[in-house]
Design a protein. Structure first.
Lengths: 283, 315
């Protein structure tokens, strides 16, 4: 069960650009969090802005009773978090949401991250490697200073393929290009995981559909409460067996969704539904 | 505070014949159906809770984006997404039965007849303490604020629900009117047992780069600390206009905020947007209310209700 606590900042590590990692003491998150889950967190009690912010859980240390988040300071709340001093308290509720489902044994996990979407893949990689699995990260950003946390993936022995749109690091261009090239040459079964901007998630979902690969996406819509009451973060979805699409809360039925049930902007139905219809036509 | 003093204090209030162990009620639309908070907070801490608005049938609600923050406020256009009253009675009510808190259900309708029909279904349902009538949602094409913005339509809806149920009937007033006292009186005259005051204020936030509303629906309802002075003023006006209890709502997140409404004349208060911000808000406010009673030598929270000393008897 998630727990609502005032949590002390234990460590703050500023990184290049607007990025910071923050470590807080929260024994329940530290003990129970699964890869892909998140916390709702807010620095102090200021009513402006009023709401907490969702952050993927980057790492946990059950023995120390701590967890970490990776944040990009873009608005007033994330800037307030990034400016916290160690020992100061934040309000935190977690762990929340549906985690990633691990790949079946012998299936390679291909993790596609855009910008701060790298966060949930460190825990997923840790669990994968701990279970004797295999994984690979494709990490895209606008420029080299958007790509952080490469060292911890190295330490886990998970290969990481950077891509930058301004050609400053790794593959010059979009992160989906090295992903497709890798899939063209890969032999074994693979499962895709994606976290990042919506356009990137949609592109990865299309690649998965075209190749018949399972794919889980972690969505990041505006979120009010984190527990399914405000209904602000809903996502339009349709399972194969559902006659019509319906809204599902990203906070409680996600943030991780099977990509095939998401009805992406500009599409009329989900790929799960298209697959089901094809199945009907064949019989 | 010593335990004997705490034991001698009473936070209990009575609204429309319903006894609440304390004056804090979770506001409709900010607390789901209550069950979402199971395991996160003890629902038995609450004096009561009001469900998300329910129509006869399930509703998808508005397209996204549905929420946007504004200075000290939250602008929303959720559009009353919900499971429908029958699914609520069948699936949700049995789960809420184990909690020692008063359950109010927020009743919606596209037509006067639908309000009555939803109320009839709830009349026979177990554990329902009362019905709050939603005549003030700004985010639906039909019903909602259209009913609450017209005294004659307000009267029609209140009468229809009154005829359909023996449960206490509590219309939720719209702040988007010139004279809220008039609407409070219309509700009282047509059989309401209390009024909730207020729903959200109609607002519009614009993305200047795209020159489009930030919310997909267009306009939205503003809530949160930004609206509190307006809500306190309207609660004060409504409480002076009617004899039935007023439930104050609008931007409450601390005991001080709640006390403003009680002093203005509210018999109880509803906590809305603060539920999203901090599930621990009830414990904090209850501790603050007890502390206030102690500091002021009071034994009963009812002793602060309507005690505003307004300068010169104006207003």
């Amino acid at each position: 069960m998630p727990q609502n606590l005032d949590v002390a900042l234990v460590e703050r590590v500023p990184l290049d650009g607007p990025y910071t990692t923050l470590t807080f003491r929260h024994p329940v998150v530290a003990r129970d969090a699964r890869p892909g889950q998140f916390v709702m967190i807010k620095a102090g009690l200021s009513a402006d802005p009023p709401l907490r912010r969702p952050f993927s859980i980057l790492a946990t240390d059950a023995a120390a009773g701590t967890f970490s988040i990776f944040l990009k300071a873009v608005g007033s709340e994330s800037r307030a978090l990034a400016a916290m001093e160690t020992g100061e308290l934040a309000q935190c509720l977690g762990p929340l949401g549906r985690p990633f489902a691990p790949p079946p044994l012998g299936t390679e996990a291909l993790m596609v991250a855009g910008g701060y979407g790298i966060a949930p893949f460190l825990m997923l990689s840790r669990d994968l490697m701990g279970a004797g699995g295999a994984g690979r990260v494709f990490y895209g950003g606008r420029t080299a200073s958007d790509l952080h946390l490469r060292q911890p993936f190295d330490a886990l022995g998970v290969p990481l393929v950077p891509a930058t749109e301004d050609r400053s690091l790794g593959h010059p261009g979009r992160v989906t290009e090295p992903l497709e090239r890798y899939l063209d040459s890969a032999r074994g079964p693979a499962q895709l995981y994606a976290c990042g901007p919506d356009a990137m998630l949609h592109a990865v979902a299309r690649i998965a559909e075209a190749r018949g690969l399972p794919c889980q996406v972690s969505l990041d819509p505006w979120m009010g409460c984190g527990v399914g009451t405000c209904l602000g973060c809903v996502v339009w979805t349709q399972r194969a067996e559902e006659p019509r699409a319906r809204y599902r809360c990203a906070c409680t039925e996600g943030p991780v969704f099977d990509a095939s049930i998401v009805v992406w902007p500009g599409e009329t139905g989900s790929s799960a539904r298209r697959g089901a219809r094809k199945g009907v036509e064949r019989t | 505070m010593n335990p004997a003093a705490a034991a001698a204090q009473s936070l209990a209030v009575e609204i429309a014949g319903v006894r609440l162990k304390n004056p804090l009620i979770a506001a409709s639309g900010t607390f789901g159906y209550g069950v979402e908070y199971e395991g996160i907070l003890d629902l038995s801490l609450l004096g009561g809770l009001v469900s998300k608005g329910l129509f006869l049938e399930p509703r998808d609600g508005c397209p996204t984006p549905r929420i946007v923050e504004t200075p000290a406020g939250l602008l929303n256009a959720i559009g009353l997404q919900g499971v429908g009253v029958r699914a609520f009675v069948r699936d949700v009510l049995p789960r809420l039965g184990r909690y020692d808190t008063a359950l109010f259900v927020n009743v919606c309708g596209d037509t006067v007849e639908e309000y009555g029909e939803v109320a009839r279904i709830l009349d026979g349902a177990p554990r329902v303490a009362g019905l709050e009538i939603n005549i003030s949602c700004p985010n639906v094409e039909k019903g909602g604020m259209l009913f609450g913005g017209d005294p004659r339509m307000t009267a029609d809806v209140v009468r229809a629900v009154r005829r359909a149920t023996r449960l206490p009937v509590i219309p939720k007033l719209s702040p988007n009117v010139a004279d809220i006292a008039l609407f409070a009186r219309v509700c009282e005259e047509n059989g309401a047992d209390a009024v909730s005051c207020i729903n959200t204020l109609l607002g519009l936030a614009i993305d200047v780069e795209r020159r489009r509303p930030k919310l997909a629906f267009g306009t939205g309802g503003l809530s949160g600390p930004a609206i509190r002075p307006i809500a306190v003023r309207m609660t004060w006006q409504a409480a002076r206009a009617v004899r039935i209890p007023v439930l104050g709502i609008g931007g409450i997140s601390t005991a001080t905020d709640a006390l403003e409404f009680l002093i203005a004349g509210a018999r109880a208060v509803q906590i809305g947007t603060a539920n999203f911000v901090d599930p621990g808000v009830y414990e904090r406010i209850l501790a603050g209310l007890r502390d206030y009673l102690t500091r002021h030598g009071l034994t009963d929270v009812g002793q602060v209700v309507g005690t505003l000393e307004y300068p010169g008897g104006r207003g």
